[in-house]
Design a protein around this ligand. Structure first.
Ligand code: FES
Length: 59
């Protein structure tokens, strides 16, 4: 997985930023939004972020 791939173009949030937010304790989409700003504009990245969270759960 390329960690520096932008997952939310609106806010220029990368996968690694989402992972960092989760490492810092974010467990819900709302908390990830609060910490990173992702999903706060068009919301199109929401599904991709959900998928990323699911991948982590499956580890
Ligand atoms: S792509 Fe994330 S808010 Fe638009």
């Amino acid at each position: 997985m390329k960690l520096d791939k932008v997952i939310c173009p609106c806010k220029k949030v990368k996968r690694i930023d989402v992972l960092q937010a989760i490492a810092d304790g974010a467990v819900t989409l709302g908390q990830i939004e609060k910490k990173t700003g992702a999903m706060s504009k068009c919301g199109k990245c929401k599904q991709d972020i959900k998928k990323l969270m699911k991948k982590l759960e499956d580890l």
